[in-house]
Every structure is written in C-alpha cells, then in structure tokens.
Design a protein around this ligand. Sequence first.
Ligand code: RFL
Length: 403
Amino acid sequence: MTNSQSTKTATESADVLVLGAGPAGLLLANLLQRAGIDCVLLERADRARVETRARAGFLAPNTVRILDRHGLADGLHRHGQPHGVCEFRTGAGRFRLDYGTLGRGERHTVYPQQDLVTDLLRHYLEAGGRIRFGTEALAVHDAMTSAPSVTVRETDGRPARWRARYVAGCDGRHGAGRRSLPPGAVRHRRDHGISWLGLLAQAPPSLDAVGYAVHDRGFAGHMARTPDVTRYYLQCERGTGAGAWSDERIWDELDTRMYAAGHGPLNRGPILQRGVVDFGSDVVEPLRHGSLLLAGDAASLISPSAAKGANLAVLEAELLAHALVADLVHGDPGALDRYSGQALAHIWRAQEFSLWMIRLLHREPSAPIGESFFHESLRFSRLESLRTSRTQQDWFAENYTGV
Ligand code: RFL
C-alpha cells in the first residue's frame, strides 16, 4: 500500500502532475521525486495492467546508460540479454548484420517493457512516490497560465480536480495531454498506409537474431523477448481485424514469409496477444505549451519498425526532468523552453531512420500504378547496399542502436 491512498478530497495538488505511468511518466516521476519535487502520477489503468502490458523490448544503449545513471537499471542488468545481430531474408536468400560490431560497436539489451515499467514503479514507490491508479485524466485546463489544473475520473467514477504548477503529459497517443493542446499547437502527421499484425507467441525464438523478412506477400518480423516468448509481426491489409487470422494461418504465413533454405519451420506455440498497428507517425511542435509539457508517445508517435518509441520516451523523460528541476529548484526559467528543441532534435532524427526502415521493409503502398516496379527496384537496391557496403552497414548500426 502506498501513500496514494490518502484521504480523498474534491481538489488536490502537487507541484508537478505526471499523467501516465508508462516508461516516460515513471522515469520522470522517479527523477522529480529524487530531486525533492512534490509530484503525483495519475494513471488510468490499475497496477496489474500497467505491470503486464507487453509492448517494446529492445532497449538502446543510451536508454541503459540513462537508467544506469540514476540507479534504475538493476532489473535489466539481472535479466536483460545483450543483442547485436539482425538477419534479413528475401526471396534471393538471407544475410546477417553483426551490428554490435559495426558503427559505434553498440548493442541492444532485450528486456520486456513491462519488466522495465515494473522496476521503475518499484523504485518510485520505495522512494515514497505518490501514484493514483485507476485515475483517468480527462482534460488539462488553463495550460497557458501558471496555475493549470487537471480534471479526472477516479476508480469509483467520481470526478475530481488536481491543481499544479506544471502538468507533464506522458499519457500516450490518446491521452489528455494531447487532447488539451491549445489552438496553435501543430501536429505534423504522416500515415504510412501500412499495417502490422503484432503477435506475442508462447514459443522460444526461432533465430538467434532479429529477423526481417522482405517477401512478396508482405513483411514479417521476428524478435526474441524471453527464452519462451517471441514477438512476431506480419504486414496485413489496412482494416484487418486483430482476430481475423486463425493461429494456424498466422504460423503458416510466418513460415512462408520467413522461409530460408536450410532453416526449418519456426517454433510454434499459442498466440498470447495480438493487435493491429496502423503505421502512422506524428510530432507535436513545440512540446511546451505554457505549463503543459509533453513527453514519450504523447510528444511523438513513431512507427515500431525501428524500435524507437520506448527509447525516445526514456530520453525525453530525462531531458524533461532536468528542465523541471532547473526551473523549480534552480530558478532557471529558460530550461523548459530549451527542453522542446532538445527533444525534437532527437525525435526528428529517429523519425527519419524509422521512415528509412519502413521503406526498406515494405512495398510502397501508395505507389501509383506503373511506378511500383520502380519502388520495388529501389527497395532491393537499398537492401543490396546494406548487404555489401561497409559504410552503409556502419550507418545502419549507428542509427539502429542510437536515439
Ligand atoms: P505508454 O507506454 O503508452 O504509457 C502511457 C500511460 O498513460 C496511461 N494513460 C492515462 N493515464 C491517465 N489518464 C489518461 N487519460 C491516460 N491515457 C493513457 C496509459 O494507461 C499508460 O500507462 O507511453 P510512453 O510512456 O510514452 O511510452 C511509449 C512506449 O510505450 C512506446 O513508444 C513503445 O512501446 C513503442 N514500441 C517499441 N518501442 C521501442 O523502443 N522498442 C520496441 O521494440 C517497441 N516495440 C512498440 C513495440 C509499440 C507497440 N505497439 C503496441 C504500438 C511493439 C508494439 C507492438
């Protein structure tokens, strides 16, 4: 039990309200708490849901460095697995990139996002952090003043209001932070027209590498999560329902697209989770609107092709924590304005690489009739450069592991 269960009143307050207990909100709240800033986390879901929601798994070296810097990396050092190889499969064969020895010589750490979230939550609660589960932020009010407030719906359905000096919107793509942006906030968007069926299978990994299959029937991907659980992706038609494909059809399709001579069928097992991801990217500019600040998916949505979302969320949370501490503890009023520019530089670079990956792995869905051959040829030429050019491989490795 935490001090989250304090007596309820219609209006409560904190210096900083953090909306959302994902990687962004939890890291931010940990860092503010350590700096002695009075903050409260408001999270719509219950604790069990927050600790079991499986999403990302590939942590960039910079993410590990950030978590190390703040003594929050104990779990990932105990259970995470270093990973530095990816394998591309096409009708013409397969090739592997030992990206951990290319570029800056850095590797990913495979550690499920829900385990990272569980670790961050444990550290926060052990330090006396305040969190309200089952509390949905409805809207941020008076964001352009120095006395913003957030209206919420509590677990029992009762409305309440929280007052603060700052509100950090870390509540993802559909959260109240984004919904409450003042007029004039710009959301740059792009719909890539591509969809993936994202699957989590109770099955040991079938490759000792990340697998990217570039097939005529569409993309298929393989990413280890734990020794018994593997994430798979299958490109599907836009509009496909998550339950439209039977388990058997999924495994047959994965076997077809990921086929490589001399390599047997994939290890099959029950599909634990499935969901459709429509590839869209967007960036909110700026990330500061008066007293409302955005971080993580709330600031920018990035398609999962390059595994950047959770890593950006961690990086932005550290930048935002520094800026809030500079403002609230050291009286530096310019720090929060600088946060936006600093975070956006990283976001656009990650967006650029992610788009490059999308174009590498997928048929161009919007190519006009007559131009698809042109696009396909460019795609295979891109893959061929990656297979044969050391310069291109170094560039790939640096961007693949970096944020
Ligand atoms: P999260 O993790 O979505 O957390 C937001 C939290 O806010 C809560 N919430 C609210 N709380 C209060 N009031 C409201 N109105 C609220 N609305 C929402 C939610 O319950 C939740 O707890 O956002 P955050 O912290 O910004 O973190 C972003 C990452 O979760 C996301 O970018 C990644 O998961 C993306 N991603 C991947 N990223 C990587 O870096 N590497 C990967 O390998 C990777 N794989 C993936 C992914 C995302 C996927 N999906 C589901 C889109 C694989 C998939 C399938």
